[in-house]
Design a protein around this ligand. Structure first.
Ligand code: BTN
Length: 252
């Protein structure tokens, strides 16, 4: 279990969010925060336990052990930028940068668009959603599940998921991690929203740590190889006959 008193104190001191909440049990922190009236403020919610954790594409987020750090944060958008569609990848980049600094030379890769893989096992998932309360009141909700310590028990995922501590033996300082992550995220998020284009650095970072590089993938029943992402952040899918660019959707 994490020391949520310290996490809460630390985040309040860092003044990153207007409100910090820690819940003992909740269905899903994303669901909770989506319906919580945060009155246009930045809000973050942690859960010690989720009973209905959600992932992308209607999947379930399983966390039957104490070492998964689960939180969602809500940020009101003062302007709508085209680049908001890159936010999940931006979160993945910041999580990756901060963790890599801490873990040193490990195989930590970004599985487009929203997972982090450590030694080819999933240690993190990101779920980004938009909340439209009115025309002027639009927020982003970003939910993160990060397997930090302990061991996965669920037999359905034990072979495909793991925890940072299990894979590396390294104990992450959670308070430090969160401050560094949010520092990276908010700086880059403001830049991302202010620009009409996407930085090369952003695309090259994802391509450098691209888990799916040259891996065989299936999309709508078609088999091919994933080559990386293009300058618009789309997955480059080579079927052998043609190159396709995938914006969003399921690849296996
Ligand atoms: C995925 O792997 O598809 C995304 C998983 C996101 C899980 C986190 S845990 C905290 C937040 N609350 C949820 O219900 N989901 C996200």
């Amino acid at each position: 279990m994490f020391n949520f008193d310290n996490i809460e104190k630390n985040l309040k001191k860092a003044n990153i969010f207007d409100e910090v909440k820690v819940l003992k049990t909740v269905g899903s922190t994303n669901n909770y925060i989506k319906t919580y009236d945060s009155l246009g403020k930045n809000l973050i919610v942690f859960a010690e336990k989720q009973t209905n954790g959600r992932g992308r594409m209607g999947r379930t987020w399983l966390s039957d052990f104490d070492g998964c750090l689960m939180f969602s944060f809500k940020i009101p958008l003062d302007k709508i930028s085209e680049n908001i569609r890159f936010v999940t990848q931006l979160v993945a980049i910041c999580l990756h940068k901060v963790l890599l600094k801490e873990l040193g030379s490990v195989s930590l890769l970004i599985k487009w668009p929203n997972d982090l893989m450590l030694n080819s096992k999933k240690i993190c998932g990101i779920l980004t959603e938009t909340v439209i309360e009115s025309k002027e009141n639009i927020s982003l909700v970003i939910g993160i599940g990060l397997n930090i310590k302990g061991e996965i028990k669920d037999e359905n995922i034990v072979n495909i998921a793991s925890t940072i501590e299990k894979e590396t033996g390294i104990a992450i300082d959670v308070e430090k991690f969160l401050c560094e992550f949010f520092d990276c995220f908010f700086k880059s998020f403001n830049l991302l929203c202010d620009k009409p284009f996407i930085e090369n650095e952003f695309i090259s970072y994802i391509n450098e740590y691209f888990y799916l590089k040259n891996k065989e993938i299936t999309r709508n029943g078609v088999i091919g190889f994933s080559k990386g992402i293009d300058e618009l952040g789309r997955l480059i899918f080579d079927t052998g006959y043609e190159i396709k660019y995938i914006d969003y959707g399921e690849v296996v």
